[in-house]
Design a protein around this ligand. Structure first.
Ligand code: SF4
Ligand code: SF4
Length: 123
């Protein structure tokens, strides 16, 4: 069965080793991160976060790293490329270019996600 990232009921149960050869489908869905993730990604400083997350978000949006910031939830959305790829996804290798520094939400997928334990895996 073909999976559709927008239709979690088509996803398949995650198994160890499944990422190998996957198109990196989880990295083609919108990624919402917290300020601490941006600090770990080394695109913001703690000082900046403490001074004004809003100002920091404005700068990162100007730089093309973020597309939005919601003050009420404290969540920042990482830019998606026109094809849906995350800003940090390497187009050719389909691997994260910031793997060691990746956000918490990426570390927890698919344990935590639209359908816990399931993936929109596609070759
Ligand atoms: S969608 Fe699932 S199988 Fe594919 S890269 Fe992401 S976690 Fe791995
Ligand atoms: S930050 Fe890296 S792991 Fe997270 S969605 Fe983007 S490319 Fe994928």
């Amino acid at each position: 069965m073909k999976t559709d990232k927008d239709k979690p009921w088509t996803w398949v149960r995650y198994k160890l080793g499944m990422c190998q050869g996957c198109f990196g489908c989880c990295c083609t869905m919108p990624v919402e991160v917290r300020a601490e993730d941006l600090v770990r990604l080394q695109v913001a400083t703690l000082d900046e976060v403490e001074r004004s997350p809003k100002k920091m978000a404005k700068r990162l949006m100007k730089e093309g790293i973020l597309i939005s910031y919601r003050e009420s939830t404290g969540l920042f959305t990482i830019t998606s490329r026109p094809n849906g790829d995350c800003f940090y996804l390497n187009e050719k290798t389909r691997l994260c270019s910031k793997y060691e520094l990746r956000p918490e939400v990426c570390r927890k997928f698919p344990e935590i996600g639209p359908r816990p334990g399931f993936c929109p895996v596609s070759k």
